[in-house]
Design a protein around this ligand. Structure first.
Ligand code: NOJ
Length: 488
């Protein structure tokens, strides 16, 4: 049941936005319907051995077909807003600046947006949630090529602003640029599947490519925001931001200055990597330059200027916390964490939280509150929570309803995190303006396939229509926001 704190009633602003977040590649299906082009995730999904349960996202949750039912279900959950992403290759199948636009793709997103608005749900739209058109990867190596990629991304963004910007007032350029580059170019387990590990990937260099790709994301983000602000904002009057990933890093030994330093360094490698250039200095953190030297690209003076202030708000995705211990050996070439070890327990043997069904994710509400404070104190930019949620042990079983619908682990997670959020607003003075839970329905969790269920709605993947069953957590989240949001 919802654990509501009476002393925190009404602490969230009356215009606080809440709802669920999704991504096109994880839910839509219809991967080659109505003129849609191939994305790098279609390619990876169709390559044997790359996805844990050998599944593809060809059909996923079939949200392309059942978007009206989904909007109705979301409405019944009481949401005010919905965050979803656009599939670039549905809109421009080959992706490039001179390639044709697919009218059917535009039509689909127009229908979805109109359906949301007709039901009083505010759209928050992400332009890029990891699914670059495969054609651009084939043509010039995608984001490894800043010069060629940027005009293509800008043209795609322009088509979106022109087609939907009369109704969409909340734009997100990139979703988790850091996870895109680390999982895709350092670990090599996400698309496009590149790394230094030759047992896993034929090509790639984990010591350089993640930094090059991230640089491309940052620079193209900045150009996109400039374009929006100059050409669209004056008439469309929307806002634009970027969403960054970031879990919290807590020292393994709270008394050891080296662990305290290591935890701060880990936060900088994970979060300030993207956030400092945008919200603080126009450049990467000194700790990264010190360790990476010339492997970390440099911004031109013009790019720095363009980046600083290039996001109206801080878009935050976060899930968990790790204990962080310093390493005594020099950093390896493939290190991306700041030369630290990430651990489950601290020096006193205290665990970072209850396990979920996902190896990296444990419930840690106190770490979440610390993270909110760290971001707020470092950047002083209002925070939009754009993702937060969990899987629950045992839920991946194929046999549905009865038990999975009573998702106590997920309910405890949301109780903890939503109370931490309300406390951070009321007691720590952090400015938080939205909360999108991840996620609306179970969906295709990238390389983990359908095994990781993050939804507040159970999906029966065996039924042709991917039948949806609400879990109890959906009602609990609603109770929280009814309690915490101030009445106008
Ligand atoms: C963040 C990503 O944006 C989303 O696509 C993913 O499914 C969730 N984390 C859960 O891992």
């Amino acid at each position: 049941m919802a654990d509501l704190k009476p002393h925190l009633k009404g602490v969230l602003r009356p215009d606080f936005q809440w709802g669920y977040a999704t991504a096109a590649a994880q839910i839509e299906g219809a991967w080659n319907a109505d003129g849609r082009g191939e994305s790098i995730w279609d390619k990876l999904g169709h390559t044997p051995g790359k996805i844990k349960d050998s599944s593809t996202a060809d059909d996923a949750c079939r949200s392309y077909d059942f978007y009206k039912e989904d909007v109705a279900l979301m409405k019944s959950y009481g949401v005010r807003a919905y965050r979803f992403s656009l599939s670039w290759s549905r809109i421009i199948p080959l992706g490039g600046k001179d390639d044709p636009v697919n009218p059917k793709g535009i039509e689909f997103y127009n229908s979805l947006i109109n359906e949301l608005l007709a039901n009083g749900i505010t759209p928050f739209v992400t332009l890029f949630h990891w699914d670059i058109p495969q054609a651009l990867e084939d043509r010039y190596g995608g984001m490894l090529n800043l010069e060629k990629y940027t005009p293509d991304f800008l043209r795609y963004a322009r088509v979106c602003f022109e087609s939907f910007g009369d109704r969409v007032k909340n734009w997100i350029t990139y979703n988790e640029p850091g996870v895109y580059s680390l999982a895709g170019y350092a670990a090599g387990v996400h698309a496009p599947g590149r790394s230094s590990n030759r047992e896993l990937n034929e090509e790639g260099d984990s010591s350089t490519e993640p930094f090059i790709v991230s640089h491309t994301e940052l620079v193209s983000h900045a150009h996109c925001v400039k374009m929006y602000r100059e050409e669209f904002k004056p008439t469309q009057k929307g806002t634009i931001m970027i969403t960054l990933h970031g879990n919290y890093s807590e020292p393994w030994d709270a008394e050891d200055p080296l662990d305290i330093e290591a935890a701060e360094r880990a936060r900088e490698f994970e979060i300030a990597w993207f956030a400092d250039p945008i919200y603080k200095t126009g450049d990467y953190p000194a700790s990264m330059r010190a360790q990476l030297g010339d492997r970390l690209p440099r911004f031109t003076e013009e790019e720095s200027k363009l980046l600083l202030g290039s996001s109206d708000f801080y878009g935050m995705n976060t899930y968990t916390t790790f204990y962080v211990k310093h390493k005594k050996t020099p950093p390896e070439l493939t290190d991306h964490l700041g030369n630290v070890e990430k651990l489950e327990n601290n020096s006193k043997g205290v665990s970072r939280g209850t396990e979920s069904d996902t190896y990296w994710l444990r419930t840690c509400p106190w770490g979440y509150r610390k993270l909110l404070n760290w971001v707020w104190n470092r950047y002083h930019v209002p925070i939009f929570m754009t993702e937060n949620g969990t899987t629950a042990k045992g839920e991946h079983l194929d046999t549905p309803p009865a038990d999975p619908l009573n998702d106590t682990h997920r309910i405890e997670f949301f109780n903890g995190y939503l109370n931490a959020l309300a406390s951070a607003v009321k007691e720590d003075g952090v400015d938080i303006r939205s909360y999108f839970a991840w996620t609306f329905t179970d969906n295709w969790e990238w390389a983990a396939g359908y095994t990781d269920r993050f939804g507040v709605t159970w999906i029966d993947y065996k039924s042709p229509e991917r039948k949806r069953y609400p879990k109890r957590s959906a009602g609990v989240i609603r109770e929280h926001f009814e309690h915490y949001i101030a009445k106008e």
